[in-house]
Design a protein around this ligand. Structure first.
Ligand code: BGC
Length: 713
């Protein structure tokens, strides 16, 4: 297909149509009837609908084929529609939510999950997924932290890249692969006060060093689309921010794919108070380089007028259409407009037992053992258990953004404990202590261990799910108190989509953070509880002591008055709680015990063109096999601008047999020591650095070296 000559055959209306993406209800089921209803909502004529370029959301192959057929019959130019959907952490086989995937510290798992999601979703005729969401966030009040990869740019970049590679696999032209859309550009994860859609205002230094890298990583991995963010970024809505979209995204980051707005975001430019009417919003967006407008009609209505009036050149529209047609061409839609849509294949492929088994294997690496006093866990199956709390018989463990997944097909914890041969003396659902009577308490006392299955509901995190209080909802903390009062060991299995305030929860003897682990959550969790597998997840976000500490993150700056001397009251601190988090980034326990010793650097002075080799001896000092996540951090001691107290620069998830010792090697190059300046240029500043190795960001095992200003050619 010669895209350029196809472009020249299109009228301006047809070109503008390519930029229009319509929500699913325009095309659902009996197109004629549904279109009529939807038409009223956006005031589009039926002829207008058959000019649209893409569709948001489709249910299955049958529906996709019906829509595409009708479209191709009615449209003059016969350019196939492109189908997009939110396939975030699985299609029908649901995988752990992204923040849980990040907890695995094993990006290859995200790649596997994305690959399977793509294979399944394509059978419905979906071509593009609105994933991965790679918005870094330091604010657990923001409900969408569940959908990202945590607070650290390096970790999130690894997962961004892995996800894009998983979705796109060996090329978007091939059957079974989806085009990935990195979102939301930019800095959507930093809304003021953690309130979704709120203002984002940050220095360019912070942006380039802590928020931009995961977008860049996804683009470098070949993502074909980028979605803009709802928020304003330093005063301008991201969707019409020329500096962000043209200069940074397309210029500095070298992105040459399709930019799509978020849902209705061009309409919202008016609500933001930046444009007084849609026509102005359309002008701003096309000038900023936005190609597809999702679910509003500024482009469709006004681009022609803007061109006719000479306000914008036709070339701007052509540029956008060219990018969209090129994407359709790369997807292979001109050869096969029905690409992927295959009801028979769907029945064979979707929720294939292998996919579900992979989901379970992945889930096993995503829980984080937060606390385990007196080695309550792992729990021998001969020890009797009592199960209490809202998650005892609850199957909705898929988490938000899993709309194709049916949680009713999931096993419950109660069922999984029983199936795996645990001795259950009681299993009773209830949110709080008052749901349990005296007889229940007597039964609880008969159990060897009480397991509280507690947490947020799946719909309490996700889009528009910000919270100011991060404790357990519905009085669930009273369950822990009640269980503790029996004198029995208490284990909490904690479901949530964000870091919570754990103060009361940590009164339990053991706490396992389960996030929302998807289709096979229960089975994976029970196997971790009883030690069939060993937990190996680590926190990708800091857990605060209370909400007042937010934003709190491990890679903060030092300040001129850091807290270190109790006698000096004029230091950076609070009067009521310490500066320490409840649990720090990278924290996570194992049933095994790992010792770090003999950390060595191959040189104390490193030239700028040399590689520094860091070696450390890690021993599994236990009889349990398991993974350890060995993390490497640096600190640049003197730098302008100032650098964080620690920055993650590497990690390795390594398997250890019982009592096994391994020599672990990391390498650092000068570029790994660099930081971005205000203009986004990496700067390497020679000087003294500390390098840390350990099982979490609070490690103190370190060595010092000097980066010398020599070796530059
Ligand atoms: C979300 C996007 C999503 C889009 C389409 C929006 O509300 O912010 O992440 O891709 O809806 O469903």
């Amino acid at each position: 297909m010669n895209i350029q000559s196809l472009l020249s055959t299109l009228t301006i209306e047809e070109k503008a149509g390519q930029l229009l993406q319509l929500a699913p209800f325009f095309f659902i089921k009996d197109l004629k009837v549904e279109v009529a209803g939807a038409l009223r909502a956006l005031d589009l004529s039926e002829a207008d609908i058959f000019l649209a370029g893409s569709v948001l959301g489709i249910h299955d192959a049958k529906e996709m084929i019906a829509v595409q057929k009708k479209y191709l019959q009615r449209s003059r130019h016969k350019i196939p529609l492109m189908f997009m959907a939110d396939v975030i952490h699985g299609y029908e086989t649901i995988f752990p939510i992204p923040i849980a995937l990040a907890s695995s510290f094993h990006p290859d798992l995200a790649k596997k999950a994305a690959r399977i999601a793509a294979l399944e979703a394509q059978t419905a005729g979906i071509h593009v997924t609105f994933a991965p969401m790679v918005d870094v966030s330091r604010d657990p009040r923001w409900g969408r932290v569940m959908e990202g990869f945590g607070e650290d740019a390096y970790l999130a970049s690894c997962f961004s890249c892995a996800s894009v590679e998983g979705f796109q696999h060996d090329g978007i032209g091939k059957e079974g692969n989806l085009a990935a859309c990195v979102k939301h550009f930019a800095a959507y994860g930093a809304p003021e006060a953690g309130r979704d859609y709120n203002t984002v205002d940050m220095s360019m230094h912070t942006f380039y060093n802590h928020y931009a890298p995961p977008y860049q990583a996804g683009i470098k991995a070949g993502a074909h689309l980028v979605m803009t963010a709802f928020n304003t970024f330093n005063g301008i809505p991201a969707t019409v921010h020329q500096g962000l979209l043209r200069d940074i995204l397309r210029g500095q980051m070298g992105f040459d794919g399709v930019v799509i707005t978020d849902y209705d975001a061009l309409q919202q430019v008016i609500t933001h108070g930046v444009a007084s009417e849609l026509k102005e919003a359309a002008r701003l967006a096309i000038e900023a380089g936005v190609d597809i407008e999702m679910a509003s009609t500024a482009y469709f209505r006004y681009l022609k007028t803007l061109i006719d009036e000479g306000v914008i050149p036709l070339a701007l529209l052509d540029e956008a259409v060219l990018r969209i047609l090129t994407l359709k061409e790369k997807l292979g839609l001109f050869d096969n407009p029905f690409k992927g849509a295959d009801a028979l294949k769907a029945t064979q492929r979707v929720r294939h037992p292998d996919h579900l088994a992979t989901s379970e294997r992945i889930a096993r690496e995503c829980t984080v053992l937060l606390k385990n006093d007196h080695q309550v866990l792992p729990l021998d199956k001969t020890r009797s258990i009592a199960l209490i709390g809202p998650y005892v018989d609850e199957s909705s463990t898929n988490g938000n953004w899993s709309w194709h997944g049916d949680h009713r097909l999931n096993e419950t914890l109660h069922h999984a404990f029983a199936r795996k041969g645990h001795d259950i003396v009681m299993a009773k659902t209830g949110n709080q202590a008052t749901d349990y009577d005296r007889q229940d308490i007597d039964t609880l006392k008969q159990a060897d261990v009480i397991i509280v299955c507690a947490g947020e509901q799946a719909r309490q995190s996700g889009e528009a799910r910000s919270r100011t209080r991060l404790d357990l909802p519905d009085g669930q903390e009273t369950l822990i108190k009640m269980a503790k009062a029996t004198g029995k060991p208490v284990v909490v299995l904690l479901f949530c989509g964000r870091p919570l305030v754990l103060k009361e929860i940590l009164k339990a003897d053991a706490v396992m953070l389960c996030w929302f682990l998807g289709s096979r959550a229960a089975s994976a969790i029970v196997d971790l509880v009883n030690g069939t597998f060993n937990p190996s997840g680590r926190l990708p976000m800091t857990f605060p002591q209370n909400e007042g500490q937010i934003p709190i993150y491990y890679n903060h700056l030092n300040t001129g008055r850091p807290y270190r001397d109790e006698r000096n009251e004029y230091v950076s601190k609070y009067l009521d709680v310490s500066n320490d988090p409840q649990l720090s980034f990278g924290h996570g326990l194992s049933y095994a015990r790992f010792n770090y010793e003999d950390m060595r650097l191959d040189k104390e002075v490193m030239a700028i063109n040399e590689t520094l080799t860091i070696t450390v001896t890690v021993t599994n000092d236990s009889q349990q096999a398991g993974h350890e996540v060995i993390q490497l951090y640096i600190r640049d001691l003197v730098s302008l601008p100032v650098r964080p107290v620690k920055e993650l620069k590497g990690f390795q998830k390594v398997w250890f047999d019982p009592a096994e010792t391994k020599s672990i090697v990391f390498e650092l190059k000068a570029k790994d020591l660099s930081a971005f300046d205000q203009q986004g240029k990496p700067q390497i500043e020679p000087g003294t650095f500390d390098v840390f190795v350990g099982g979490g960001s609070n490690t103190t095992l370190s060595r010092r070296f000097v980066l010398k200003d020599v070796g530059i050619k």
